[in-house]
Design a protein around this ligand. Structure first.
Ligand SMILES: [Zn+2]
Length: 276
């Protein structure tokens, strides 16, 4: 919807209104991204929108092969358009690198890169809003790994061959081809979105220590070491699972233990922990 926005000292500007104002407007900020200007309104809205209690909990492993693996065996996959947008971005960056500094063409190429980045960011935001909404609607307790700790402990350091000094493959290169910076930014934004929506809905989100979550057997607790390329969890106790599903199960168990205490792992389903 096109409307006119009157700004003191600036005058009237035309505005494309993306949604209707649901409450009293409190502040307005004008934001610029590349050649686009945004008017950002903040409104004061009423009470939290509590959802009826759900009796399902979920552990979530955020990853590269799948965007998310859930403890119940479901997966949320990376949207296909990410790859398409990524290719376009790579092309735009290449084009930019060929332009002379200070030239008019370079300025245009910069604009192209900015546009690609904005498109990827918008697509990601849209995808994550929908995915986080779905999770919060369905589950009472949602458990993630603590990503800050994970990034510190699981960073893939390139290994060098002692004799030749050549870099050896360490599994990082095998990571399914998606740009790592895109993934990194995406994960923490996603856990934040889930946390905010959960708070409004009266759901619980908790974070657990990620050390060993991908190595432990969710059935018997034994440590089953896997390399990055091993996609399957297979344990002597008979537990056979997709690697990421197995870690999501371990994540859920750890989360329940922190929330409900050691013995409550199987009975605390959906019960709200005191003091949360
Ligand atoms: Zn086992």
């Amino acid at each position: 919807m096109r409307v006119n926005l009157k700004l003191t000292k600036i005058g009237t500007v035309k505005l494309h209104l993306h949604r209707t104002m649901e409450a009293t407007i409190k502040t307005l900020t004008i934001k610029r991204e590349g050649e686009h200007f945004y008017a950002v309104f903040t409104c004061e809205i009423g009470k939290p929108d509590l959802l009826p209690t759900s009796y399902e909990d979920v552990g979530i492993d955020l990853g590269v092969t799948h965007f998310a693996a859930l403890s119940n065996g479901e997966f949320i996959d990376h949207p296909r358009y990410f790859r398409k947008a990524e290719k376009k971005l790579a092309k735009a960056q290449q084009a930019l690198s060929r332009k002379k500094r200070g030239s008019h063409r370079r300025r245009k190429a910069v604009q192209q890169v900015v546009t690609c980045h904005r498109k990827i960011a918008n697509q990601r935001k849209d995808f994550q809003h929908k995915a986080s909404r779905k999770l919060v609607n369905q589950y009472q307790v949602i458990v993630f790994e603590d990503l800050q700790v994970k990034n510190l402990t699981k960073a893939s350091v390139p290994k060098q061959d002692e004799e030749t000094g050549k870099y050896l493959p360490n599994g990082a290169s095998a990571k399914a081809g998606l740009n790592k910076s895109i993934l990194d930014a995406g994960w923490s934004m996603f856990t934040q979105m889930v946390s905010v929506k959960a708070a409004w809905a009266g759901r619980t989100v908790t974070f657990v220590n990620p050390s060993k979550t991908s190595q432990m057997c969710p059935n018997c607790g034994a440590v089953r070491k896997k390399t990055l390329d091993e996609r399957w969890h297979s344990c002597e106790c008979g537990c056979e699972l997709d690697r990421d599903t197995a870690s999501a199960k371990v994540i859920l168990d750890l989360g329940r233990k922190t929330l409900f205490g050691r013995d409550a792992a199987n009975v605390g389903n959906g019960v709200e922990a005191p003091g949360l």
